[in-house]
Design a protein around this ligand. Structure first.
Ligand SMILES: Cc1cc2nc3c(=O)[nH]c(=O)nc-3n(C[C@H](O)[C@H](O)[C@H](O)COP(=O)(O)OP(=O)(O)OC[C@H]3O[C@@H](n4cnc5c(N)ncnc54)[C@H](O)[C@@H]3O)c2cc1C
Length: 510
């Protein structure tokens, strides 16, 4: 058997027959099999939108050896007595726990929220009644914020390719479509993620890992730079290593850790609101057509200059998705976006956020604790304004003109929207930058002015960062790791999961 790598362009809507014909034409043999190594949509020329694919072809007619493949993650197993506690079952916590359990450690993974089946019911209840359920919502529960997410599995970091391969293969082993291994913009969808996190839990438990739901870490015991145990609502847990992966919505956990001497500092982050359009408008703008065969829904990524050098950009774009009430606590009101695998909802949404330096906004040096208070106040202020979870909204045109929107609008947001001078609820520099950015987005994308903008988007990145060494070990501690999005060193599913894998590998090799 020999191998050949080829790159091809093929029209959208191709079928297996056409692909095989194309390959045959390229390699000039009839008997072959192929593996897709990468696949991306090229829509730069609307008259020639096509897929670009890199394929590895194998055939007895070829002479060449198998070309070098991406390296695999090496997880050395041996029987070990050391115990590990991982706090938080989001991508960072789960993958740290999974790798350590594979390496032979005795791992207990604790999660403040409920299992994914209960969580799904609780989210449905919240969306149909407006009754918020603590610890079982978009932020907390099995799989973390990553479960009821859009499920985009992209990451811009080039330093995590081995970890990323392991994470994507683990998702596929748990039920994700195979295509996530090769798509340039892989997307798994919230419907698949609910199944995946459950199957991954079963794999972890089959390896001997312990998974505890509705178990919240409330305290840690530190003795001269070493954590000896954590306290939870279900009792104390003693271990040799402690990995905390709380995400960036768990403000009570952050505050507890700071009081226990773990140092955090304020960092730049981004704030804004969520924009929504009819998906058809985005398809027309990006493709020049309402639909394309074999392609789910068009995406966009827009960037612009705000004011005072701040960047304004679209973030976490969810084609064919819905806007969701993503509060982590009862008295806050924030929004986010998600979609299912088919991306077939009539709306497209994305955050419009501006970069924030809290020190510049408050015109002084700001501690991590003050940053959290400031953020929580802002999230509370949206709740107080709406007296609940309705999303304050206006049209994009009215946001720019500072005019209250008079007409009612269709939206995917399940808990209702209220006409609001949204700009008045946002920090001055943020709303001014957003206005400049939105004007630019309208110039850049046809039909963009037809959209609406709503709610507070405060979760695009953590506002604080822990002081830690390489791979997660907290500065001044021997056995405490703060990892994932909550550490301020990662953001998004893949980068948070990779942070978890890296911290696990560093423990394995220590
Ligand atoms: C609606 C939505 C859509 C998103 N879409 C995407 C997307 O398409 N692509 C993408 O890359 N990213 C997306 N994100 C962001 C992504 O989900 C996060 O970046 C990622 O989940 C962070 O992983 P993490 O493990 O660090 O933290 P989290 O996923 O936040 O997990 C932290 C977990 O820790 C638990 N926890 C916290 N404190 C405690 C405690 N004291 N005791 C016990 N347990 C605790 C929480 O309950 C939670 O389950 C989305 C986020 C949201 C909310």
């Amino acid at each position: 058997m020999g191998y050949k790598r080829i790159s091809i362009k093929i029209p959208v809507g191709y079928d297996e027959d056409r692909l095989r014909k194309k390959i045959r034409w390229f390699v000039n043999v009839d008997d072959f099999s192929y593996t897709i190594e990468s696949k991306s949509l090229d829509a730069r020329n609307k008259n020639n939108i096509h897929w670009e694919m890199r394929l590895l072809i194998s055939s007895d007619s070829f002479k060449q050896d198998l070309p070098e493949l991406k390296p695999e993650l090496d997880i050395p197993f041996r029987k070990r007595d050391e115990k590990v506690v991982v706090v938080g079952s989001g991508p960072a916590g789960f993958f740290a726990a999974f790798v350590l359990q594979k390496a032979g450690f005795k791992v207990t993974l604790i999660e403040r929220g409920t299992d994914v089946t209960t969580r799904t019911k609780d989210i449905k209840t919240f969306e149909s009644t407006g009754i918020f359920i603590a610890n079982s919502n978009y932020a907390f529960g099995e799989g973390g914020a990553g479960t009821f997410s859009d499920g985009k599995l992209t990451s811009r970091s080039k330093k995590i390719s081995v970890e990323k391969k392991f994470i994507l293969e683990s998702y596929v082993s748990a039920g994700a479509p195979d295509e996530i291994k090769y798509m340039t913009h892989p997307h798994v969808g919230s419907d698949n993620l609910k199944i995946i996190v459950k199957n991954l839990r079963a794999q972890f438990e089959n390896l001997g890992g312990t998974y505890l739901f509705e178990t919240t870490m409330t305290d840690i015991k530190v003795v001269t730079g070493k954590v000896t145990k954590i306290t939870t609502n279900n009792g104390d847990i003693v271990a040799n290593y402690f990995l905390i992966a709380p995400g960036h919505s768990s403000y009570d956990t952050y505050r507890m850790l700071m009081k226990k001497g773990i140092n955090f500092h304020a960092k730049n982050f981004a704030l804004g609101s969520r924009m929504e359009h009819q998906q058809e408008i985005i398809n027309l703008a990006q493709w020049g057509k309402k639909s394309l065969p074999g392609v789910k829904a068009a995406e966009y990524r827009l960037t612009s200059k705000g004011i005072n050098q701040e960047q304004v950009y679209s973030f976490c774009m969810c084609p064919g998705g819905i806007i969701v009430p993503a509060a982590a606590t009862a008295d806050t009101n924030i929004v986010n976006g998600m979609s299912d695998y088919m991306r077939d909802n009539e709306f497209a949404n994305a955050a419009c956020v501006a970069t924030v330096n809290i020190g510049t906004i408050l015109n002084r040096e700001v501690s991590a604790m003050e940053t959290l208070d400031w953020m929580e106040n802002l999230e509370n202020s949206f709740f107080n304004f709406s007296k609940g979870y309705k999303a304050p909204f206006c049209s994009i045109k009215d946001f720019i003109a500072k005019k209250i929107t008079k007409s009612s609008m269709n939206t995917s947001y399940p808990l209702g929207i209220i006409e609001t001078p949204l700009w008045e609820l946002l920090p001055k520099s943020v709303e001014a930058s957003m206005r400049a950015g939105l004007k630019d987005f309208i110039r850049k994308m046809k039909g963009f002015e037809t959209g609406n903008i709503m709610g507070l988007e405060s979760k695009s990145s953590a506002p604080i960062q822990v002081d830690r060494e390489k791979d997660g070990l907290c500065t001044g501690f021997e056995n405490l790791y703060v990892i994932g999005e909550g550490s301020g060193f990662a953001g998004g599913i893949i980068s948070s999961a990779a942070d978890g894998v890296k911290s696990a590998l560093s423990i394995i090799s220590s």
